[in-house]
Design a protein around this ligand. Structure first.
Ligand code: PMP
Length: 417
C-alpha cells in the first residue's frame, strides 16, 4: 500500500449524493448508479441555482455597459475568473482565459502561440495517452508549419516511459503536451518533473487538466507549466465553459486567434489594435451564465476540500480495483502506481459496448469505447474498454452495484466461470 492508499483507507467517506438532484431520479425503475464521470459530472443544486438565479436577477451583457445590471454582471463574470485563479493558484487573474472547455483552450494555444512561434523542423512532443483534443490540434499545426509531432511511449502498466521522454526531448522540442490524468487509464502523470525536464530543454509545457481539477488539488505554480487547460463540466459545473491558464509573460505576447467584439482596443478599416490579455482572447459575448455556474461549482468543491474528495475517491478506487481484479476474465487496462478514480477494463468474451448496454439495464451508467484515445487503444491492441469513473458523490454501494451488474453480464454471456 502506498501513502495515498493508506490514507484513503482511513479517510471518512463523503456523503453528498443529496446535493445532486439527478441522483435521486429513478432510471428504468432502478436507482441511478452514475459511473460516467470522466465524460461529464452531475451538477449540484448550488450550480443549478446559481445559473437560474443569474438569469432571474443579474442577466445583462458584460463589459462596456454603463447601466448597473451590466456592471453587476461584469463583476460576477470577473469574480469567476478570480475563482479559477485561486483554484489553480495562478499568479494573477489576467492569466485565466475563458474558453468553451479543454478542447477550445488547446486549440487557442495551437492557433495563437503555435502559428506565431513554430517553423519547419521544430518538434511538438506529446504522449501516447493523450485525448484526441491534445493530438489533433497539434497535427493541424504541424501541417500548417512543417513542425513534427513526436510521441512519448506508454508502458504495459499505463505509465509514461520517462527514459524515452528524456531521450525525445531535444533542442528542436518547442512544446510538450501532457495529460495530467489520463481519462482512459486513470494514470496520474508526474507533470512537475516532466515540466522541469522540458524547460531544461528549452520547451514550453501544456498540461491537459480535464480529468484532474475535480479530483485533486492543482497548483500551476508548483507544476511550473506554461499552459493548463480544463473543462467546467467535468468539475460539477456547466457545459460550454472552461479555461486556459497561460503564464502572463507568454500570454501577453500571443496574437489573437478569433476576431470580433470585446477583443479590440480600436478598430478602423485601415488598422485594428487589440485589447490586453485576457480580453484579447475572448472575442464576442461569452458564456456568462456558464462562468457563474462554474464559479458556484468551484466554491462547492473547495467547500468540501479537494484533498477530502481525493481521499474519498481513492478509497472507492482501491475497493473497486480489488473487487474487479478478483473477477475471473476481467483485465484492468491501466495499473499505474499513481492512479485516480478511473477503472478501464476488458472482460473476456464480452465486447465493451455490449457490457455497457447490459449494465445500463441494471441502472449502472458506464462508458464503453475508445474514450477519444484511439492511439492508446491501438497501443494496448484492443478496440476499446469499459470504463467506470468515480466522482465525489459515488459510494461503496455504487461499487457493489457495478460488481453485481458485471457478474450478471458474465452470467448472461456464459463467461467468467
Ligand atoms: N482531455 C481529456 C483528458 C479529457 O478527458 C477530455 C474530455 N473527455 C478532454 C480533453 C476534452 O474535454 P472537452 O470535451 O470538455 O473539451
Amino acid at each position: 500500500m502506498n501513502a495515498v492508499t493508506t490514507a484513503a483507507a482511513h479517510a471518512p467517506q463523503l456523503n453528498r449524493t443529496a446535493d445532486f438532484p439527478i441522483l435521486s431520479r429513478p432510471l428504468k425503475g432502478r436507482r441511478l448508479v452514475y459511473l460516467d464521470n470522466g465524460a461529464t459530472t452531475q451538477k449540484p443544486s448550488a450550480v443549478i441555482q446559481a445559473e437560474s438565479q443569474y438569469y432571474e436577477q443579474s442577466n445583462a451583457n458584460i463589459h462596456r455597459g454603463v447601466h448597473w445590471l451590466s456592471q453587476h454582471s461584469t463583476d460576477l463574470y470577473e469574480q469567476g475568473r478570480e475563482s479559477i485563479r485561486r483554484l489553480l493558484n495562478a499568479g494573477r487573474p489576467e492569466e485565466i482565459v475563458f474558453t468553451r472547455g479543454t478542447t477550445e483552450a488547446i486549440n487557442l494555444v495551437a492557433h495563437s502561440w503555435g502559428r506565431a512561434n513554430l517553423k519547419e523542423g521544430d518538434e511538438i512532443l506529446i504522449t501516447g495517452m493523450e485525448h484526441h483534443s491534445n493530438i489533433v490540434p497539434w497535427q493541424l499545426l504541424c501541417e500548417q508549419t512543417g513542425a513534427r509531432l513526436r510521441v512519448v511511449p506508454v508502458t504495459d502498466s499505463g505509465e509514461l516511459d520517462l527514459d524515452a521522454y528524456r531521450a525525445l526531448l531535444g533542442a528542436r522540442t518547442r512544446l510538450v503536451g501532457i495529460v495530467h490524468i489520463s481519462n482512459a487509464l486513470g494514470t496520474i502523470n508526474p507533470v512537475a518533473e516532466m515540466t522541469r525536464l522540458a524547460h531544461e530543454a528549452g520547451a514550453l509545457v501544456l498540461v491537459d487538466g480535464a480529468q484532474a481539477v475535480a479530483h485533486q488539488v492543482v497548483d500551476v505554480q508548483a507544476i511550473g507549466c506554461d499552459f493548463y487547460t480544463f473543462s467546467g463540466h467535468k468539475l460539477y459545473g456547466p457545459t460550454g465553459i472552461g479555461a486556459l491558464y497561460a503564464r502572463y509573460d507568454i500570454l501577453k505576447d500571443m496574437p489573437p486567434w478569433q476576431g470580433g467584439g470585446d477583443m479590440i482596443h480600436t478598430v478602423s478599416f485601415e488598422r485594428t489594435t487589440y485589447a490586453d490579455v485576457p480580453q484579447r482572447f475572448e472575442a464576442g459575448t461569452p458564456n456568462i451564465a456558464g462562468v457563474i455556474g462554474l464559479d458556484a461549482a468551484i466554491r462547492y468543491v473547495c467547500g468540501i476540500g479537494l484533498d477530502n474528495i481525493a481521499a474519498h475517491e481513492h478509497h472507492l478506487l482501491d475497493l473497486a480495483t480489488a473487487q474487479l481484479s478478483s473477477l475471473p476474465g476481467v483485465r484492468l487496462i491501466g495499473t499505474a502506481a499513481d492512479k485516480a478514480g478511473i477503472l478501464s477494463f476488458v472482460v473476456d468474451g464480452i465486447h465493451p459496448h455490449d457490457l455497457g448496454t447490459i449494465l445500463d439495464t441494471e441502472g449502472v451508467a458506464i462508458r464503453a469505447g475508445h474514450h477519444c484515445a484511439m492511439p492508446l487503444m491501438t497501443r494496448f491492441g484492443i478496440p476499446g474498454t469499459a470504463r467506470a469513473s468515480l466522482a465525489l458523490y459515488n459510494t461503496e454501494d455504487d461499487v457493489t452495484a457495478l460488481m453485481a451488474a458485471l457478474r450478471k453480464a458474465q452470467k448472461l454471456f456464459g463467461t467468467g466461470q
